[in-house]
Write a protein that binds this ligand. Structure first.
Ligand code: GAP
Length: 481
């Protein structure tokens, strides 16, 4: 969660040494992601830009499908939720009021010899990890971190020197400036979380809609943080997508503990049922007093067992009325809610905050499967980048190609369909398996005579003949049934 003080976040260091096979899994996913167009290194032709990535043709579809599923489940299918799409650049005072200008900070250690900058908590936790000890320095002040580094004589992981500048905090908010001429420029920030846009629009939402408490506002979009990180692929990046909900309620009428547990159950259901993540790879972890943000009465993280350890995917916090009260104070605008009896009060909120890029990575890790030489990603069909691929058996037979084009055109209005006429059928299956396409449809000479096609299932590799007339319903039932 957002840091309340100089204390770094994350109970686990970023680079826990991995078991060999786990190491392999991460390496395999990174390689497959590039090979098959899921994720490319950021700005690669210019030598790359650390902690930034591009989502390729398959990746953008997978990420969009995950986002659409979240929106469907948490916004569209609930009568107590509405959506919002607020600005990336909000008034700079928003971030002062929210506490991010002073509070969204990490502690940094800088080697005076090679100028490597690293998060002080990661440096210390890695040191202990190498000794086989699992130590969390969550909640420690920069002075305390400095003390540990010096007491243990921890060396720079890059050049081996022991020559550290004093540990200091740095703010994670990305600064930018508004205005085209330097003299009239004013400082602004790229948003550090999507949540603040919801608080800022709270009054407009209650004035413009028929919502009544308890209700929630969901928002998805990019957030930006100037992270110092050692990588772990898309786990922690400079820009990332969040899907956040602020669920507003009257604390005199709704029991926050009950709402908190209901939201936890919804989050768990989404991850296991809708995304299909194995339950044994998930766990809840409650934040201790030294870790929890100042605005939160209770915070829990839903963590996933990444190859580099159990780490946060989705946080849930009881933020009380902290943010609305802070914005009312700083803006001078009344942000209270008036109930049916005429009583005015500032609602409280429960906030489930999800990182979509982390969920994207989890979807890939969890779907990865090998069967002998065959590699396939067994995504839930609803999330798969392509729902089916259409192949003409031979690319140089006009009538086969024309028939296959007809099948492709028929399906494409309803599903995202891939087309492939390169190489032999085995190679085409191989490529589609690696991007997780659940069904491959081959148009062959029998199709021309009988009007049916071969449909091959990704997970079982079994094939069956399906009449073209019923192909749409067949796929619909398999994917959305
Ligand atoms: N509004 C509360 C909030 O922003 P957070 O725990 O700082 O809380 C919510 O962020 C989620 O956003 C995290 O659980 C994580 O999944 C994701 N997230 C945070 N920082 C990230 C980063 N640098 N890269 C990728 N995802 C990130």
């Amino acid at each position: 969660m957002i840091r309340p003080s100089a204390a770094p976040t994350g109970a686990y260091p970023n680079n826990i040494p991995m078991a060999k096979e786990k190491d392999n899994l991460m390496d395999k996913i990174v390689a497959l992601a590039k090979r098959r167009g899921f994720v490319f290194p950021g700005s690669e032709i210019y030598g790359g830009l650390a902690n930034s990535y591009e989502y390729g043709p398959a990746g953008v579809e997978l990420k969009k499908n995950i986002m659409d599923e979240w929106w469907r489940v948490f916004v569209r299918e609930r009568s107590d939720m509405v959506g919002l799409d607020s600005s990336v650049i909000l008034h700079p005072k928003v971030w002062e009021a929210s506490g991010h200008v002073t509070g969204l900070v990490d502690a940094m250690a800088e080697c005076k010899h090679c100028h490597t900058r690293t998060r002080a908590d990661h440096l210390i936790e890695d040191y202990f990890e190498k000794k086989g000890e699992k130590v969390s320095v969550e909640g420690k002040t920069p002075e305390e971190l400095d003390h540990i580094i010096h007491e243990k004589k921890i060396k720079c992981p890059v050049c081996g020197s022991f020559d550290w500048a004093p540990v200091r905090t740095f703010n994670l908010l990305f600064e930018t400036s508004i205005g085209i001429v330097p003299e009239s420029q004013s400082k602004a920030y790229l948003r550090g979380e999507t949540a603040q846009g919801i608080f800022v629009s709270f009054k407009n939402i209650i004035d413009s809609t028929r919502v009544k408490l308890p209700f929630g506002v969901g928002q998805m979009g990019k957030s930006f943080r100037n992270e110092i990180t050692k990588g772990n692929f898309v786990y922690r990046t400079l820009e990332f997508e969040q899907a956040e909900i602020e669920y507003f309620f009257n604390p005199d009428e709704s029991d926050w503990r009950k709402l908190f547990d209901e939201w936890k159950a919804s989050m768990w259901r989404f991850i296991t049922n809708n995304v299909g993540v194995r339950e044994e790879s998930l766990r809840w972890r409650e934040h201790g007093d030294d870790e929890r943000s100042f605005y939160s009465k209770r915070t829990e993280d839903l963590e996933y067992k990444f190859p580099f350890g159990f780490k946060e995917l989705w946080g849930i916090a009881y933020r009380t009325d902290y943010d609305l009260t802070a914005h009312a104070k700083h803006s001078g605008v009344d942000l209270s809610y008036t109930d049916a009896s005429g009583k005015k009060f500032v609602p409280h909120v429960i906030e489930p905050a999800l990182g979509l890029n982390r969920l994207f990575l989890i979807a890939m890790l969890d779907a990865y499967a090998e069967d002998g030489d065959r590699v396939y990603l067994k995504f839930k069909p609803r999330l798969a980048p392509y729902k089916a691929a259409v192949f003409p058996l031979l690319a140089n037979k006009e009538d086969l190609v024309a028939k296959a084009r007809g099948v492709f055109d028929m399906l494409k209005s309803e599903f995202n369909i891939a087309w492939d006429d390169r190489g032999n059928i085995g190679k085409r299956y191989y490529a589609q398996d690696e991007i997780g396409t659940p069904y491959c449809i081959t148009v062959d000479f029998d199709t021309l005579e009988k009007g049916d096609v071969t449909v091959r299932d990704r997970d079982t590799a079994q094939q069956e003949r399906v009449p073209i007339d019923t192909l749409k319903e067949f796929l619909h039932g398999k994917i959305y049934g």
